[in-house]
Design a protein. Structure first.
Length: 206
């Protein structure tokens, strides 16, 4: 597949993508997602559709706040299998690497430092600081501009349908990793450019 040849900037979601989620956390997240109406998923099949730039819906803030609290207080995060190998390979090949998360930036930065992987990331952006929860594309646009990379040379990798839609709205390619919050079937329903059952599959596709 040769993803290294296709892209210069690899942006990752944090919880469920770089960080492995325990089963109870994944199930809790899926329950929250099924309860809250995800209006942004209804009509993306119109490729000219443009989401509002100002803010994402109130529902997205509620979901992200609940999940952020739950992950921070009721889960002991560990790096996903093949996360380190993936980051090392990307850095070795001179690729730029970013994080875009709906979670608290302070929490994510602390976990990055604790894991000893801060050297791999060029930028970490939280949608909370921008008041633009995913799938609002503002966070991706900030990262792309800050790292001075053309959008067609960028890919966003995440474990939720909102990650895939964020990439589509930002006009960048998307990749679903189906061992986080959302299932393979749910991720597939929003038509990511690439989809893998785990980070191992993504790593092997580099």
């Amino acid at each position: 597949m040769g993803l290294l040849k296709e892209f210069d900037l690899f942006i990752f979601d944090w919880d469920g993508t770089i960080i492995r989620l325990y089963t109870h956390v994944r199930l809790y997240g899926r329950l929250i997602g099924s309860i809250v109406k995800r209006e942004q998923e209804v009509s993306f099949y119109d490729h000219d559709f443009e989401p509002p730039e100002e803010t994402a819906s109130k529902e997205n803030y509620i979901v992200s706040s609940i999940l952020n609290f739950f992950v921070e207080h009721f889960s002991k995060p560990h790096l996903n299998k093949y996360a380190i190998e993936t980051l090392e390979r990307l850095r070795h090949e001179g690729k730029k690497i970013g994080i875009l998360t709906n979670g608290s930036k302070d929490r994510v930065v602390k976990k990055i430092k604790k894991a000893g992987i801060e050297e791999y990331f060029d930028i970490v952006v939280s949608t909370k600081d921008l008041h633009a929860a995913k799938p609002n594309p503002a966070g991706l646009k900030v990262i792309i501009k800050a790292l001075n990379v053309h959008s067609e040379r960028c890919i966003y990798v995440g474990d939720k349908t909102s990650d895939i839609l964020t990439a589509k709205y930002a006009k960048v390619r998307s990749c679903g990793i189906a061992d986080g919050f959302d299932s393979y079937k749910r991720l597939e329903s929003v038509k990511p450019d690439y989809i893998f059952k785990s980070m191992e599959g993504f790593y092997k596709a580099l």
